[in-house]
Every structure is written in C-alpha cells, then in structure tokens.
Design a protein around this ligand. Sequence first.
Ligand SMILES: [Zn+2]
Length: 469
Amino acid sequence: MDSCYLCGKAFNGVDVIKHDEHIIQQAIGGSLTGNDILCASCGGKLGNDIDVPFTQMFSGIATRLNIKKDRNSNKYKSVKGILLSKVDQYNIKMNQIDVLCKEFEVTPLKPFHKYTDDKRKVIIYGNKKVTNQYRKKVEVEISEKFSSHELPEIIICNDIEGLVSYPLSLDNKVLKQGLAKIAVGFASKYGIPRTEFPLALDISKEEPIFLDKPLVVPFYPLGIIDRHIEAERNKLCHYPTHTAIIFTTITNPKCLACYIDLFSTFQFYVVLNNNYTGEDIYKYFTQRILRKDDYKFELNRKYYKERNIHLDSLGITEHRIDGLFENQTNTPENNKSREEIECEIIQEEYIKQKYRIDLEDDVSGYVSYVMRDKMLSDNIEKLDMESVMNFKRNFDLFYSVQGDDEIFDISSYRRYFSYNNVLIDFLYSSMQSSKELYRSGELRNYCHLKVKMLEDFIQREGIKIKFNL
Ligand SMILES: [Zn+2]
C-alpha cells in the first residue's frame, strides 16, 4: 500500500513514516506482519488503544504457553488461577484456593500450612522464596503443640498438584476491536483499500477510528467435516496455531470477511463489508505459536562472509534496513546501530519462516483424516443414505479434477459447505443460527470444549517442561 489505512495519508518518509505492524499481535505470539499498511503515528496509537487491552485478555494463556513477549526480557511472569481439585498429592483437603502459576509450578498467593489427618506430617505450601522463612514459624508452632517424640515431619510443597482453572474474561468491545484490527490489517496487506471496511472502520471522521461495535460473528462448526475436525483438532497436524483467512462469500450480496482463529481456540468471523463489489478473494495465513526459546541470531564473521545470501534468502533488502535505521524515533543516545537493526530484522524474518506453516497442507491432512476415520471405518454403516451423500458432497468440495489428477482445493475451508445439496456460506449460516446456538447453549458448550482442549494441551506441555521430557 502507499498510504496508511487509518488516517489515509500517503507515506512520504518525512512526517508519514511506514510502521512495522504486527497484524496478529506479537504479545500473543503473532508473526504476521505488514510494513506498509499503517503510519508510525496511527500504528503507535492503535497499539496502545486496541492491542494492549486485547492481548491482556489472553495473557494468562500466552504466559503459560511460554510465548516470547519481548525479545530482551527473559523474566517469567506468573498467572493467577483457582485450584479446583478438592485434595492435593498429600491427600490434604483444599478448598478453591487462589493460586499463582509460574513456570508451571502452582503455589498459593500466600504461604500456609496444614497437618495430615494422623498429625504425622505438616505440609507447608508456598513458593521457594517464602517457604524457608515460613518454616521457622511452623517449627515454633509444632514445638509448642507437640511433645518432642511426636513432632510431625515438615514437608515443603512448592508445587501443588491438582486441577487449576485460569479465568478468562473476554471483554466484548476490546475483543471485537482487536479482532477487527487483525481483519483490517490482513485485508490491507492484500491491497484492499480502506474505503472497503465500512463495518469496521469509520473514516468519515477527521480522526478515523475503529468502530466500537464492529460486526463479529462467532464461528460454530455447522458443516459435517468441520464438526469432526474441531472435535479432534488437538490431535491433528500442528496445534495450537493462529490462522487468518480473508475471503469473499459465494452468495449475494457479496461480503468481504475475515475468519480469525487464535490459539486454535478462539474462532470468529469479522465482517468488513456486507456489500462488497471488488474482486473475489481467498487468502490465508497460518503459523505455529512462538516460544521463548527461539533462535538467537548474532552477526559474526561467518555471517559477514555470506551476508548477501542470508539477506536474499530471507527477502530482506538494504532499503528496509536503512529505512528502519534512519527512521528511529528514540532519543539519539537510545538509537540502535545499523548492525543491531540488521540483526533484529534477520531474527524476526528467521522466526517467521520457522513458524510459518502451510494451511493447505494442514487442512488437507484434516480432511483426509476425517474421511479415513469416519467414512471408511465401521461408522459408515450407522449412517443413513442421505447422511453418507451429504458427507461425500462436503468431502468433494475439497477436491477438484485437473486433467487426470485430483488436486486438493482449500478454497471452501471456513467459507462454504454443502447441506441438502445446496452450497451455503459459513458466514451467513453462522449469522442466522448464532442466536439459536446461543440460546440453546450449544455455542457456549462448543467454546468451553475448545478452551478445555487448549488447557489440556498447556497442562501436558507444562508437565513435559517440568520433568524435562
Ligand atoms: Zn496513519
């Protein structure tokens, strides 16, 4: 693009400078970027107003997934939760206590101690920092309460084993604006002009803004194949991932919309334009989620020998390095050297390549899994003829014949499906059924199932990290 999608001003390199924008926010591990969609001033403003509160909502998940928040900070953050299990590993009764989880170790907010029923052991709960001090208090207590030959054994517990729930409070306005910003950024990356997003952006004002209530529709797997994919999504291909698909609907009036799927869990459509007259589009992006232990890049002698090859293979131009170097807005003493900037860009591009996955490969994997598992197994005998035909028609949407070959075709994924032999737009169908799905509780159950799947994954990952598996 040659201008900023928010203010509409053309980039001139003087007072309207290109901003390195993370279309999917970096704080949730996003690696989708665009460097010619926002100006520095609008990019900074949207970062504060929309990205900060939006990513805050997911910080409990991002922290426990060990997502790199900031390249320069290696500090681990802790996440608040509530212990749900009624007893712990020492068979001590626990009652919905507030806990902190840090590096997958669960401790109470404040240290406390409890005796086992037979009074032969006393367990001190707390993090490593506080339990040593707290132990002295317990030693005094037991010396007063017990005679010297009955002293209970002191056990320090720095990690309570049990089921913890990490509350997720999704604020409607913050959530919708954050999603709308991803959708508009992604559409802009494909050159769609800012006048085409009337349901997300108000550009009539002197200072254009994102609408307070952009049109966001929750995704629910209405199609038969999607239902099977989502039920076992954590077992298929890469998990969890972030995905964005910008597309037009297939029936009229033509909508321009973006499907957004964060952590393979939070799934929505953002409608940008409900009367779109531009070209049909179906473009997608998907990535694994970034981790803290990423590759650290250094400019050493070996690098300089092969510098041009490195830069070429990562698609980095001298122009881009110069641009970032010259357009630094820090005070002069805080400005980075050209080498530091070069190093940062290489690292960023390297990470992008490392985490980039091909959605088409993944979806092809899901679809053939569903076909093998559901259609070619005994299950098929339980289905009536109409259901089998419906399955077959939906399956066929993913394949097209070219010459003698049958090739995989992703372009219906999350866009349309077949029902009663009619092609139906996912978006329209979701809009029509969302009230009913909400009323019946099905939508809520589905969202709970998705969050539970992610929670289980995080727990298992945590166990692997804790025990170096
Ligand atoms: Zn701007």
